[in-house]
Design a protein around this ligand. Sequence first.
Ligand code: NDP
Length: 436
Amino acid sequence: MALNPRTTRYEFFGPPGAALVMVGTTLVPYLLYFGCQGPDRCPPPLYTAGPWEGLVDRLQALTVADVFRADIFALYVAWFLYLVVLYYALPGSAVPGTVLRNGQRLPYRINGFRSLLVTCGVMFAVYQFYGGHRLFLFISDNYVYWLTSATLFSTLQAVFVYVRSFRRAPPNQEALLALGGNSGNTVYDFFIGRELNPRIGSLDLKVFNELRPGILGWFVLNFAFLIKQAQTLDGGITDSMILIFLLQGVYIFDTLIFEASVLTTMDVTTDGFGWMLSFGDLVWVPFTFSLQARYLSFHPTVLGPVNSGIVLAVAVVGFLIFRLSNSQKNIFRTNPHDPRVKDLKYIETESGSKLLISGWWGLARHINYLGDWLFGLSWCLTTGFDTPIPYFYVMYFAVLLVHRERRDDHKCRTKYKKDWDRYCSIVRYRIIPGIY
Ligand code: NDP
């Protein structure tokens, strides 16, 4: 079989769909920013034209200078390079990735959590010894310039990896392409990702992007918005801001503590590295996931103990489902004899892998998505109900997870064939037990 067979099945409705997704997702963070930018500029739940009056005119009147600053772009590049330096400078363990179809197993340097701790230390030092709020107000006040810088950088990076995927790697061999990214259509392959694991030296661009500049950037942005709120309230911080900072902080810390588990996700094992992941990692995650903190920075919301308790309860339930289910699968796949999983039921498949049919994974085929979504709901709830805009996250995330489950289902059906049908007849629900 050829190393890189032609892709014959399109996702995202092919090249037109890919083009539409690229244009649409590029515009969304700007629309969220310009459409919800200050206390009187976010529409209330029952839409009235007021807050958005003149929005189209304002958008049309925008010039490049309103959204782009070369000095901030340079600082953004410095941020990216700072994380590359940490990647090489900090100690890290080498964890092997999954076996690739060319038989190789690439090593990955795992030190993202240390990068986060060092970055927290740098933030503390800057805050303490260098102008207190100043740097963080500079970050929050220039949000739109950071957004444009990240968008430009992620697109340039996607062009770079696309062009580079055509090289012949030594010894006169093609680069290993993603099975889904070799259609021959430039727009589609550029979007979905052509090369599976583009690397510069030992730096794996896909995993680096997935876990460093965007995820850590999101944490820094949230802190900058917390400081912004403190400025607005003359030093005060609301309970909702503390909650969003802590809850999203838990998610960010969790992602980096369990950094190695990213190596078995669909993004790493199956998808190529193209515009979709470059933009998703560098723009979508930090700039749309920080929407709640940005909103609370100019719309301080006091929840009080009861509402805070409700938010926390949703968060705890969501996080426990998310973390326990993901861990259960990881433990089972690493060592099925581990006492924590040895009594779980599973089915054997012809491919050699085992599929769990009890415990968390007996409840629904992607119970982890349900937990992730509920946790995300708790973030949105911190903003109250004065406008639906900060709920964008759960609306988008529901679409992503339903679509992702279908993509994973297709992948597993192709891999496990009739064993997958057998598994689906035992574990009948996709995401929500008893409902979907
Ligand atoms: P999952 O962790 O859900 O894993 C899916 C894979 O697990 C399948 O392809 C299959 O792989 C294996 N598998 C499926 N069923 C079973 C079973 N019953 N027993 C054992 N193994 C099974 O993959 P994702 O990458 O989609 O998600 C990982 C996490 O990341 C999730 O919690 C998700 O919510 C989160 N996520 C968050 C996003 C965000 O924007 N916040 C975006 C995307 C994901 P195999 O071939 O090995 O059998």
